[in-house]
Write a new protein. Structure first.
Length: 396
């Protein structure tokens, strides 16, 4: 006879455990201490098995029967209910442990393994450990786009638009890792891609007067700090590259016989390969700083380790030490210096743009420029290096 709530409630504890059967293998086990436990017997592959469904009255008679029926459905599908229950428990525990911070730590480890630049790693760590702290203990699959937007807007309202944009990129990397490892269903940062205010573009301070630039070059020549920093700055000036590209210059990127420097796409702002013809002056700086030791790749390595980059602030710190304020000149401004002076002197603007690796909006013209301006760029780099020497010597 099937059980009723009244019958279960009236059942009393005895000296030994006893069973009160319902139907289809479901029963209540009444313990000597008075607890009433739901149990279900079932057979799988000819063997009798037992599974627990909780305690009464926490699990009602109706709920226990629902659990019983679910077990029977699993059996009909050839699924061992005990195994499924354990897997469900493991999955629930895993989900509970799968916080944003745990996934983020895996993301950072992968970034370390890819040997990203120290400056890049410091920013990612700062983004995750400091700025994203409100997300640390949230289950990664429960974080919503609205929650991310609230975090980013708070940073944006403080005036740090660029930081908000970069943080969104870092967060996206964490969520994409969670998605591919089946710990999240989607990347919530994608929906808010256009919700942030655009970054305010500010021009980098640059010297555009030839006489003033000549004085700067002489001051740089007198710099009392490490030669590798002074040489790296001059190399950046001569090659018209960005500071990070110059700091990351590697031996395998240099062809000494062809006088070329090939910067791979993953180290350029425009994310495309950029080949630079090296003037004799630039090549001498490469040869001067070349360290012929196994395991050393960098042309201008850090003072602390010849296997690490110069710090992100190394160039600007040196510029400040020789007496120039950030409102007067920055390392990023040297490209503007070269562009302005060369354009004012009548050099071909298209060749200058190609030398600066600026992106031409016209794809056909972009391909054409790369194919046709090489000889002109070789000559431009030679002329620019000679002008730099001339400016440094001209004290009038």
């Amino acid at each position: 006879m099937a059980l009723t709530d009244l019958k279960i409630k009236k059942s009393k504890a005895k000296d030994k455990p006893y069973k009160m059967y319902d139907s289809l293998g479901l029963y209540v086990l009444v313990k000597p201490n008075g607890s009433k436990l739901w149990r279900q017997k079932y057979k799988l592959m000819g063997k009798e098995r037992l599974i627990a469904h909780g305690t009464y009255p926490s699990v009602s008679l109706k709920d226990a029967r629902s659990k019983r029926d679910a077990i029977r459905e699993h059996l009909a599908d050839g699924i061992d209910p005990a195994v499924k229950k354990r897997l469900d428990q493991i999955n629930a525990e895993t989900q509970a442990r799968t916080t944003f911070l745990l996934v983020a730590e895996e993301y950072l480890q992968m970034a370390y393994d890819r040997e990203l630049a120290d400056a890049t790693m410091r920013k990612k760590v700062w983004h995750i450990q400091t700025l994203a702290e409100p997300l640390h203990h949230r289950p990664v699959n429960e974080i919503s786009s609205a929650e991310i937007l609230h975090l980013l807007k708070g940073i944006e309202l403080s005036g740090r638009r660029e930081t908000a944009k970069k943080l969104r990129g870092t967060l996206s990397g964490v969520f994409r890792l969670a998605v591919v490892t089946l710990r999240a269903d989607n990347d919530p940062t994608y929906a808010i891609k256009g919700a942030l205010l655009p970054v305010k573009v500010t021009n980098r301070a640059a010297i555009t007067d030839e006489t003033t630039f000549g004085q700067f070059l002489r001051d740089l020549d007198e710099y009392s700090g490490a030669d590798v920093i002074k040489d790296a700055i001059l190399f950046q000036i001569l090659t018209m590259t960005r500071p990070g590209e110059a700091r990351g210059a590697k031996q395998q990127e240099i062809d000494l016989s062809k006088h070329t420097w090939s910067i791979p796409a993953d180290r350029t702002k425009m994310r495309r390969d950029h080949i630079i013809p090296l003037s004799e002056q630039a090549l001498r700086l490469v040869e001067k700083n070349w360290i012929d030791v196994d395991g050393v790749e960098l042309i201008f390595p850090s003072l602390n380790s010849n296997r690490k980059w110069l710090s992100e602030n190394a160039f600007n710190s040196a510029i400040r030490r020789i007496g120039y304020a950030k409102e007067e000149v920055t390392a990023h401004g040297f490209r503007s210096t070269a562009s302005t002076i060369l354009n004012n002197r009548g050099f071909d603007g298209d060749v200058i743009e190609a030398a600066l690796a600026h992106q031409d909006k016209n794809a056909i013209r972009r391909t054409y420029n790369r194919a046709t301006y090489w000889d002109q760029r070789v000559q431009l780099m030679t002329d620019w290096a000679d002008l730099v020497d001339q400016f440094k010597k001209d004290t009038t």
